[in-house]
Design a protein around this ligand. Structure first.
Ligand code: GLN
Length: 563
């Protein structure tokens, strides 16, 4: 049932997708936290998959992993980076999950013979997920994925519409994010798409209280007045959400537009003003760093940056910690496989191979790692990137011809990476699997402890012996090869205390070479950069430190301004 103390902010989006609803929700959450309120986030995804774990990153972007092992929407990553909230399985639901629970209740007979329908059964299930989160928090920020007008999002919109009736007007706020495009030929900002989008929302019974207008320039008072009139919102509730140079500027820009003030006024909450010093420091470091460095990211999904969202953010955070801009070069591993590493990697100060699945491009990744090892370029391998480093060292330093992961070659003579068939999950439950086990939700998922070894790069970075990091993989390092790989220079610097699994490897005699089986990028924040990313960027700066190229930076700024 609804908690009477908690208030609800509902975020919807219109006109087109990718306007940054997740960033807007996160920035609002941050501003409210900085006003001393306790917030929590909930993301609804209208697709039918039970979770994004089985979806192609090309289509869906990164799969974010929570401590408790949910494979979740990447917006949960924004929520964690912008606020103090720790997300879990309760912070992201898909249509698939909602129907799944309604259908299993129906099978159990919970609906006592009634006809099970979208309204009220599906909408009640959606509402129960929202009310479940309303324990001990001041505000639940609910983001409805998709764009108003999509068939799929209708039950979610109907559920949030009903909540105003359930908990009262003063406890609910509807914020709608739309696009106000500048049309070059007319020399004008156009408000019509926003008007249409609000009309669509009103048709299903939701009158937005605040409009966030995504645009490339400030909205003039006239434009705001026009939008206010046609969309039936107050003039000062039309907020310019202007494009910014760094995403970490969004909370500052929203605050300057009076958004957080408007929200607390409408929800009738008394709070102090937010202190934005932390965000200002982050933005200053991102916009005006003293140094710059180039990192090559050798991966498969390089054509879609969303696929590596947390990773690219974590690299920026590593830059912030070192007062440096990180220039990322996305390199397609298949190209490296075909043309060799030299032409792609010779100007990189650091090389990173990220997580991934499937055989395509693997040999290119191994070549890139060999190049990093031989040329003594700092190397950071994450999950698959660690596994490929093990294969590379096995083949080229330990003489294990044909060494591979059994994921890529089931007949390899040396399965240095193999499928762990029996293991203990986070809840201490024994699990079994084989290569033909169903794909969804069967990985080693979520946070696991790792003990760091004395004298290692890892311990130097974390400066503590026991760490916890998030995992998402099936395959593991094969401990039968510890001796021979140890003799070849591999250092096993992180081990899981309960299962004896190898979590981190390093390489003796190399300036900085580290592979980890977990995904550190999920825990990095702009105000608290992850130690491994901080040290990797530091090592890359030792290899090649440059002052930023001012001309290129100002050109980028001009482009951002739309000039
Ligand atoms: N494909 C590898 C595995 O399943 C690595 C996964 C990853 O990089 N996240 O173990």
């Amino acid at each position: 049932m609804a908690n009477t103390r908690t208030k609800y902010i509902f975020m919807t989006g219109g006109v087109v997708s990718s306007l940054g609803k997740g960033l807007a929700s996160s920035s609002i959450g941050s501003l409210l936290e900085l006003r001393g309120l306790k917030v929590i986030f909930l993301k609804f995804d209208p697709y039918i998959n039970v979770d994004p774990g089985t979806m192609n990153p090309f289509q869906h972007g990164e799969v974010y992993v929570t401590d408790d092992g949910a494979e979740a929407d990447l917006d949960l990553g924004h929520y964690e980076r912008y606020s103090n909230v720790k997300t879990s399985k309760k912070n992201n639901f898909t249509t698939g999950q909602i129907y799944d629970s309604v259908i299993s209740k129906e099978r159990k007979g919970d609906y006592l013979g009634s006809t099970v329908q979208v309204i009220p059964h599906i909408t009640d299930e959606i509402k129960s997920k929202i009310f479940d989160l309303a324990q001990d928090v001041d505000i639940v920020i609910v983001e409805v994925g998709g764009t108003v007008g999509d068939i799929e999002s209708l039950p979610f919109l109907e559920a949030i519409r009903q909540i105003r009736g359930d908990v009262g007007r003063e406890n609910t706020l509807y914020i709608h994010l739309t696009l106000v495009p500048y049309i070059q030929t007319a020399g004008e900002l156009k408000t019509k798409p926003t008007q249409h989008s609000v009309k669509e929302l009103r048709e299903i019974g939701i009158q937005p209280d605040i409009l966030l207008c995504r645009t490339d320039r400030m909205l003039s008072p006239d434009v705001k007045a026009k939008i206010a009139l046609f969309c039936n919102v107050e003039k000062d509730a039309v907020i310019t959400a202007k494009n910014v140079e760094t995403v970490y500027e969004v909370p500052i820009v929203f605050h300057q537009e009076g958004l957080d003030e408007k929200i607390v006024e409408k929800l009738n909450i008394w709070t102090g003003r937010p202190n934005l010093k932390g965000w200002e420091r982050v933005v200053k470091k991102v916009k005006h760093p003293r140094f710059e460095t180039t990192i090559a990211l050798v991966g498969k999904y390089v054509s879609l940056v969303e696929s590596y969202k947390s990773l690219t953010e974590a690299l920026i955070h590593g830059g912030i910690a070192n007062d440096a801009r990180v220039n990322l070069k996305y390199i397609d591993s298949e190209q490296v496989e075909k043309e060799g590493p030299e032409c792609f990697l010779k100007d990189a100060n650091g090389i990173l191979v990220p997580g991934g699945f499937g055989t395509r491009g693997i040999e290119g990744k191994i070549k890139a790692i060999q190049y990093a090892r031989e040329k003594r370029i700092p190397y950071f391998g994450i999950c698959l990137g660690m596994q490929c480093a093990v294969i590379e060292i096995a083949r080229h330093c330990a003489g294990l011809k044909g060494a591979n992961s059994s994921e890529f070659d089931t007949h390899t003579p040396h399965a240095v990476i193999y499928l762990l068939e029996e293991w203990i999950d986070r809840d201490q439950v024994a699990q079994k699997r084989a290569s033909d086990t169903p794909k969804g939700g069967t990985m080693r998922l979520g946070s696991y402890p790792c003990r760091l070894e004395e004298g290692s790069l890892a311990l130097e970075a974390y400066n503590k012996r026991l760490i916890n990091e998030r995992h998402r993989h099936r395959y593991e390092f094969n401990n039968d090869y510890m001796d021979i790989l140890g003799k070849a220079g591999m250092v096993f610097s992180g081990v899981s205390p309960d299962m004896g699994l190898i979590e981190i490897i390093e390489l003796k005699g190399h300036p900085w070479f580290l592979g980890c089986q977990f995904h550190p990028e999920f825990k990095s924040k702009p105000m608290d950069p992850h130690p491994l990313f901080r040290e990797f960027i530091k090592a890359s700066l030792r290899r090649g430190k440059r002052k930023p190229d001012r001309a290129r930076v100002s050109k980028k700024r001009r482009e951002m301004k739309g000039g």
